[in-house]
Design a protein around this ligand. Structure first.
Ligand code: NAD
Length: 435
């Protein structure tokens, strides 16, 4: 099939590359000329495991190309995916201006029947909005349909998630329209849910809101464990074995960040409010999440007191492991809190330092974890990168001025840290002190 994907970010680029790999002819469109230039030169604008190879292979085979020109891309396509950003407004509502702009562009370009598929995360009713914009602005009364096909990929495993999604949700106005998408996705052989457009839009928000609530729930339990002298790791084990609960998304830590959960929870709260429903449960989950970073900073400040001129080595800047994405990363709040308290911050991240420099200029960026820890009064683990789990902790301790570790992601065993001679503070577990 001939497809175009408008918006060449984490979702659009991966979607375009995977559809090309499945044998389709895919054009990725973006309004950012620098991004398209890079891609045409074979460079990836984002870090995503396996992406470069996938893109190179499909470009070489002539199935994948990149352009800033929406109109010709739309004209040659049977299916047009909208995968542009839907960032939050100050009010918490989703900013749909990019979706609206693309819908307008499609309206001007449309010259024969097409299926317009919304992959961006958008509030219920946005499919209707896109249909209205195209209907009002098309130059001739050309027929078209609008489908909602929300995306569930996770940054860091985006290709695997796109090739093997748990489910493919297709919200279409009729079975016949849904068939076009079924055909496109058929080679993946994954479970598909065919539903109406509004329900598909809601499935995406309900899923993200539920996962965010799970994270906030276990973080609230971690707070309680600290007060009750219980160990949240044991609590998670005991809860997670219940198949009705499961272990996924029950990792206590600094809370959720990234480009999806914070904005999607806020957006759903706003949608609910606009429909006359106060989503108190979700508001509480957001509130619990908001406190996480400040709580961590308060702990570091208390133990290091006085903090002025103390050196804190922050390991991990990205909002989660295996990505370079700094959007809503907890590291920003943690580091700003430490800097405001007068600490010096040295930081290291395996992938996100280039992006971090733009938001955190007052940090000393280091070559490695060991480099960051050299002469530090404390190490703070902020992102759960695997390489931090595999550090030579004896070497790390030997470099530090004081063997003190604050683990915001619970990546180490407290007993091991004690034996290795660290003072070790983690989330929802008792602190340990050198033997
Ligand atoms: P992104 O910011 O990485 O990419 C969006 C791209 O759209 C940018 O390259 C931008 O230049 C381009 N763009 C904006 N306006 C445009 C226009 N008018 N014409 C052409 N291109 C335009 O965003 P993303 O992370 O890929 O997310 C895209 C959507 O998918 C969002 O709605 C997001 O909520 C949703 N989503 C994201 C993820 C994720 O993990 N990143 C997962 C699931 C769903």
């Amino acid at each position: 099939m001939n497809i175009s994907v408008v918006g060449t970010g984490y979702v659009g680029l991966v979607t375009g590359a995977v559809f090309a790999d499945l044998g389709n002819d895919a054009v990725c469109v973006d309004k950012d000329p620098a991004k398209i230039e890079m891609l045409r030169a074979g460079q990836m604008p984002i870090y995503e495991p396996g992406l470069e190879e996938l893109v190179h292979r499909n470009v070489a085979d002539g199935r994948l190309s990149f352009t800033t020109e929406l109109e010709p891309a739309v004209r040659r396509s049977d299916i047009v995916f909208i995968a542009v950003g839907t960032p939050p407004k100050a009010s918490g509502e989703s900013d749909l201006s990019a979706v609206e702009e693309v819908a307008l562009g499609i309206a001007r370009a449309i010259d024969r029947y097409k299926v317009i598929v919304n992959k961006s995360t958008v509030p219920v009713g946005t499919g209707d909005l896109v249909r209205d914009i195209i209907q009002r602005n098309r130059r001739r009364p050309i027929d078209f349909d609008v489908v909602s096909n929300p995306e569930f990929l996770r940054e860091g495993s985006a290709i695997e998630d796109t090739l093997r999604p748990d489910r493919i949700v297709i919200g279409a106005p009729s079975q016949q329209v849904a068939m076009t998408l079924l055909e496109l996705y058929a080679p993946l052989e994954r479970p598909m849910i065919i539903t109406d457009v509004h329900s598909a839009e809601m499935i995406k928000y309900a899923s993200n809101a539920f996962l965010a609530m799970k994270i906030s729930f276990i973080n609230a339990i971690a707070n309680l464990c600290e007060l009750a002298s219980a160990d949240v790791t044991q609590v998670v084990k005991g809860m997670g074995l219940d198949p009705r609960i499961g272990r996924d998304f029950l990792q206590p830590g600094l809370g959720y960040g990234g480009s999806c959960f914070p904005k999607d929870t806020d957006s759903l709260i706003q949608t609910a409010a606009s429909l006359g429903y106060d989503f108190r449960l979700l508001r509480a989950a957001v509130e619990v999440n908001r406190e996480r970073a400040q709580r961590f900073v308060a702990l570091i400040r208390k133990i290091l007191d006085p903090v002025e001129d103390r050196v804190v080595a922050v390991l991990g800047l990205a909002f989660k492991a295996k990505t370079d994405d700094m959007r809503e990363a907890r590291s920003v709040e943690v580091i700003q809190g430490l800097l405001e308290a007068g600490a010096r911050v040295r930081a290291y991240d395996p992938a996100a330092m280039a992006n971090a420099k733009a938001v955190l200029p007052a940090v000393e960026y280091c070559q490695s974890s060991y480099d960051a820890a050299d002469g530090a009064d404390a190490v703070a683990i902020v992102t759960e990168w695997n390489e931090f789990k595999l550090l030579n902790l004896e070497r790390l301790r030997g470099l530090m001025r004081r063997p003190l570790v604050f683990d915001g992601r619970n990546i180490y065993e407290p007993e091991r840290m004690r034996r290795l001679g660290f003072e070790y503070h983690s989330i929802g577990r008792r602190p340990v002190f050198p033997a």
